[in-house]
Design a protein around this ligand. Structure first.
Ligand code: NAD
Length: 501
C-alpha cells in the first residue's frame, strides 16, 4: 500500500496540480511506501497565499493566546511523539530511539518559544528629552520559508518554526522530498493545538518549490539547512531579492584526542558520534585526530566497539536490538560506498570495511556498515569531502598545533571536539579553533535551545545562527517609538525651531 503525501495549506491537505510525484521509500526494505507531490509554480503561490492571508490576523493575536497555543502544541507533541518517531524511522531509516531523540531536541525549542513574551519585551526610556519618551518593540516579518534537509525531518524544522510562529510570523515549511511525512503530521498537530488556519503550511517538492519561495515577493525570510552548495545558492538568491536569510550548510567535524585523555571515553564517543544515525548528522564526527603516541591503542578500542554494533531495520529497536539503520536512499548508499573504495585506492588503511556488513533486515535495504579508516591524510578525497555516512577517518598527528591547523584549514566550521584531561589545553583549543560549536569531552555539542546553533566558514551563510536569542532576532525586526505627549496642565506647543533637534 502506498500513500499520497500532499501539501498542507490554510489548515488542510492540498494536492495541488503537481507536475511530478516522487517515490518515497523505506530505506530498511528498499520498497516504495508512498509518493510525494512535487510543487509546481502555481502550487507555491497557493501555499504562500494561504500564509500571507493568515499573517494579516495572526500578527495581531495577543501574546497570551499565542503562548497558550504553543503550550498546547508542546503537550500534544510530548504525549504523541512516538507516532512521529515511527514515521521518521519508516522514511529516514534511523532507529526508533534516535528518532525520538531528535524530536525531544526539537521540543526543547518549542519550550523555549513558550517564553516568547519575555523574549519580545522591548525597552522603555522615560524623559529621554524633556517630555519625550522612547520605547522599542520587535515586530514579526511576515511569511517566512523554512527549507529543511532529509536527516532531521522533525528537529531541524523545529529549530525555526516554534520561534517564527510565536513571534507572530506565518510559516511555509518545505521539507526534504526523501522523508516528507513528518511535516504533514506536525501540521495536523498544530491544527489540533488550535493554531489558526494558514499560520503553518507545508510545501512539498524539490528545486521548483525552493525557487518559488526564493522568488516570491511575499516571502520575507528564508531559513535553510542542507548541503553547502545549495546553502550558498539559497543565500545568494534570497539576499539578492532583499530577503533576510540564514543558510546552514555541510560539515566535516574533527575530534581531537590528546595523550592523557580517557581513551575508553574517547572511543565510546567516537563510535557514538561517528556511526549514530549512520553518520547522517551534520554534527557527526567524521575525522578523528589522534595525537601520537595514543593512536594505535585508540584505533584498537574503536574497532572493538564497532564489532559489537548491530546494523538493521530501526523499527526493530523497540526490543533494543538495533544500533544503526540503513542509509537514506540507494543512491546515497552507493555514493558513500564509492568513498570507501576511493579511500582504499588512495592508500588509507581499512581497519573495518562496512561494505561487507550482514544486516538484520531485508536484502533490499540500503545497508552499509560502519567503516573505519586509519592513516588517512589530508590530501585524500575521504578527508576532503563531506561523506555523510558511517565512515570514520583517523588522521595521526604529532603535535597539538598540527591538529588545530587541520581544523582551521578545513572549508567547513560546524563543530569540533577535544578529548583531554588537561583543562588548560581544552580552554586553549576552544579559543584556537575556527568553528561555531565546540565540545570538550563531548562529541556532538549541539547547543541547548536557549543558545544558538550554527557553524562558521562554509557551514553557514549569513550571520544569524538558529534558535536561542539569535533565532528571536532573525524572526523579528526592531521598531523604536519616540513620543511626546503634552502635559494637559501646560498645554503649550513646541514653538517654531527649524534646526536639527
Ligand atoms: P540537500 O542540500 O540536498 O537538500 C536540502 C534541501 O534543499 C531539501 O529540502 C532539498 O529539497 C532542497 N534542494 C536540494 N537540491 C536543491 C537545489 N539544487 N536547488 C534548490 N533546492 C534544493 O541536503 P540533504 O541531502 O537533504 O541533507 C544533508 C546535508 O545537510 C548535509 O550536507 C548536512 O551536513 C547538511 N546539514 C547541515 C546542518 C547544519 O546545521 N549545518 C544540519 C543538518 C544537515
Amino acid at each position: 500500500m502506498t500513500k499520497e503525501i500532499t501539501h498542507w495549506a490554510g489548515g488542510t491537505e492540498f494536492t495541488g496540480t503537481p507536475e511530478l510525484w516522487a517515490d518515497v521509500t523505506n530505506p530498511a526494505t528498499g520498497r516504495v511506501t508512498g509518493r510525494v507531490a512535487l510543487a509546481s509554480e502555481p502550487d507555491v503561490q497557493f501555499v504562500v497565499d494561504a500564509a500571507k492571508k493568515a499573517f494579516t490576523t495572526w500578527a495581531g493575536v495577543s501574546l497570551a493566546r499565542r503562548t497558550q497555543i504553543l503550550f498546547s502544541f508542546r503537550e500534544l507533541l510530548n504525549s504523541r511523539k512516538s507516532e512521529l518517531a515511527a514515521l521518521i524511522t519508516a522514511e529516514h531509516g534511523k532507529v526508533f530511539s534516535d528518532a525520538l531523540g531528535e524530536i525531544s531536541r526539537g521540543q526543547e525549542v518549542v519550550e523555549f518559544a513558550c517564553g516568547i513574551a519575555h523574549l519580545l519585551r522591548g525597552g522603555h526610556s522615560e524623559n529621554a528629552s524633556t517630555g519625550v519618551d522612547v520605547h522599542s518593540t520587535r515586530a514579526p516579518l511576515g511569511v517566512v520559508g523554512i527549507i529543511s534537509p532529509f536527516n532531521f525531518p522533525a528537529m531541524v524544522p523545529m529549530w525555526f518554526f516554534p520561534i517564527a510562529i510565536a513571534a507572530g510570523n506565518t510559516v511555509v515549511l518545505k521539507p526534504s522530498e526523501k522523508d516528507p511525512s513528518a511535516a504533514l503530521w506536525i501540521a495536523d498537530l498544530w491544527r489540533e493545538a488550535g493554531l489558526p488556519d494558514g499560520v503553518f503550511n507545508v510545501l512539498q517538492g524539490g528545486k521548483t518549490a525552493v525557487d518559488g519561495l526564493l522568488h516570491s515577493p511575499d516571502v520575507a525570510a528564508i531559513s535553510f539547512v542542507g548541503s553547502t552548495p545549495v546553502a550558498q545558492y539559497v543565500y545568494e538568491e534570497a539576499s539578492r531579492r532583499g530577503k533576510r536569510v540564514q543558510a546552514l550548510g555541510g560539515a566535516k567535524n574533527h575530534m581531537v584526542v590528546l595523550p592523557g585523555a580517557d581513551l575508553g571515553l574517547a572511543a565510546d564517543a567516537a563510535v557514538n558520534a561517528g556511526y549514530g544515525s549512520a553518520g547522517e548528522r551534520c554534527m557527526a564526527i567524521s575525522v578523528l585526530v589522534a595525537l601520537e603516541p595514543i593512536a594505535d591503542e585508540l584505533v584498537v578500542q574503536i574497532a572493538e566497539r564497532i564489532r559489537t554494533l548491530r546494523i538493521g531495520d530501526g523499527r526493530r529497536d523497540s526490543a533494543n536490538t538495533i544500533d544503526m539503520g540503513p542509509l537514506v536512499t540507494k543512491a546515497h548508499r552507493d555514493r558513500v560506498a564509492g568513498f570507501v573504495t576511493s579511500g582504499e585506492r588512495a592508500g588509507a588503511e581499512p581497519v573495518i570495511d562496512g561494505r561487507d556488513v550482514q544486516a538484520h533486515g531485508e536484502e533490499g535495504g540500503f545497508w552499509l556498515g560502519p567503516t573505519l579508516f586509519d592513516h588517512v591524510t589530508p590530501d585524500m578525497e575521504i578527508y576532503r569531502e563531506e561523506i555523510f555516512g558511517p565512515v570514520l577517518c583517523v588522521v595521526r598527528v604529532s603535535s597539538y598545533d598540527e591538529a588545530v591547523a587541520l581544523i582551521n584549514a578545513n572549508q567547513y566550521g560546524n563543530g569540533a571536539a577535544i578529548f583531554t584531561n588537561d583543562g588548560g589545553a581544552a580552554r586553549r583549543f576552544a579559543n584556537d579553533v575556527h568553528v561555531g560549536m565546540i565540545g570538550v569531552n563531548i562529541p556532538i555539542p549541539v547547543p541547548v535551545a536557549y543558545y544558538s546553533f550554527g557553524g562558521w566558514k562554509r557551514s553557514l551563510f549569513g550571520d544569524t545562527h538558529a534558535h536561542g536569542t539569535e533565532g528571536v532576532h532573525f524572526f523579528t525586526r526592531a521598531k523604536v517609538v519616540t513620543s511626546r505627549w503634552i502635559d494637559p496642565s501646560v498645554r503649550s506647543g513646541g514653538g517654531l525651531e527649524l534646526g536639527f533637534p
